[in-house]
Design a binder for this molecule. Structure first.
Ligand code: SIN
Length: 341
């Protein structure tokens, strides 16, 4: 038995400690009630009525619903905050926390993603999706980790088509013409292969370049050709489906690691769900935006015969060998295998 005289001071001090803890926790919670939510800036270069634009807005809705008062997402579409030339640098400086460049725009950070630019590699978007979800495709999400960039997921846009101020039915029709391209050496080689002149320019400049005829043509998806009104300043669109234009959602290592684990999981889950919606919109838009362009009668559709298509394939496919050592034969083989599954 301990004498009650010894228990009293101990009990008093416990009570005091409990009181202090309660006061401290009240203070903490009243401070956090006034604390500003963390702002996640999500910048992209396309319009809001596109798969990426809609995906970004869904992500905002989900994060703000699930982490109210703690996190907000500010979406900046149409190169309003950062454009093609500076969005990845801005990400690494933590001036923006999420960007989703097309897979062609990571060349400075990894050569492996160039696999997506190889002409006539993927038969359709289902093959692209199979490759992205495969072990090899998922590994590519980590291909820029050493540069401080974390791949969070892929997002579809669609297959690319050629457009120009003149009909392009055979590779000879492209010869000598200037085409705006994304900043990708593979795409440059693709146009070199048909004796055309590739011109690397940011997405935000394409409409004016086409309108002023500073360039003759470009390549893009139905969704981008429609949302950016390229079809209004291009007389012909060749339904070539010669390549893919998809995205990688990326953040910086620094930002991602700064998030508490439980919040990071909620943010990642929200992103995954927004991607599912974005992909559904992308699939629908391939048909819808194509039809809207045809209905507008501003631009004429050029359909390729099997022989003509084979001529494009034969001219452009040698590009694969040129980039095989940079990309890795294993990666190209895995991508090709996705066609036949
Ligand atoms: C994008 O879809 O993000 C832009 C594609 C392009 O630069 O052509």
């Amino acid at each position: 038995m301990y004498p009650s005289i010894a228990i009293k001071p101990v009990w008093k001090s416990i009570k005091a400690t409990v009181k202090l803890t309660a006061i401290a926790s009240m203070l903490v919670s009243s401070f956090s009630a006034f604390a500003e939510p963390v702002e996640i800036k999500f910048s992209h270069v396309v319009a809001e009525n596109t798969p990426k634009g809609q995906m970004a807005l869904k992500f905002k809705e989900l994060v703000e619903q699930r982490l109210p008062g703690e996190y907000t997402v500010s979406v900046f579409p149409s190169s309003q905050l950062f454009g093609d030339n500076n969005e990845l640098a801005a990400l690494l400086l933590n001036d923006v926390q999420i960007v989703a460049p097309s897979l062609s725009k990571f060349e400075r950070y990894t050569k492996k993603l160039q696999v997506f630019d190889l002409p006539f590699l993927f038969e359709d978007m289902a093959a692209v999706d199979r490759f992205q979800q495969s072990e090899e495709g998922q590994k590519l999400l980590n291909s820029m980790n050493r540069k401080g960039i974390v791949g969070l997921g892929y997002l579809h846009n669609g297959m690319k088509q050629f457009s120009a101020h003149a009909p392009l039915s055979t590779p000879a029709d492209a010869s000598g013409k200037k085409f705006r391209i994304m900043a990708s050496d593979v795409i440059a080689a693709q146009f070199d292969a048909v004796k055309a002149i590739p011109v690397k320019k940011p997405f935000s400049e394409v409409f004016t370049l086409l309108q002023t005829r500073a360039i003759d043509g470009q390549e893009n998806t139905w969704s981008n050709i429609y949302s950016m009104k390229f079809y209004e300043v291009q007389s012909h669109i060749t339904e070539s489906n010669h390549g893919v234009l998809d995205y990688m959602l990326v953040t910086s290592n620094t930002f991602w690691k700064s998030l508490p684990k439980d919040k990071r999981e909620i943010i990642k889950k929200s992103l995954d769900e927004a991607i599912v919606l974005g992909n559904q919109i992308a699939a629908a838009k391939e048909g819808e935006d194509r039809q809207a362009i045809l209905d507008s009668k501003r631009s004429e559709l050029v359909s390729l015969t099997a022989v003509q298509r084979q001529q494009w394939v034969d001219s452009m496919k040698p590009v694969w060998t040129k980039f095989e050592s940079q990309i890795g034969k294993d990666v190209i083989d895995a991508a090709q295998a996705a066609n036949t599954q």
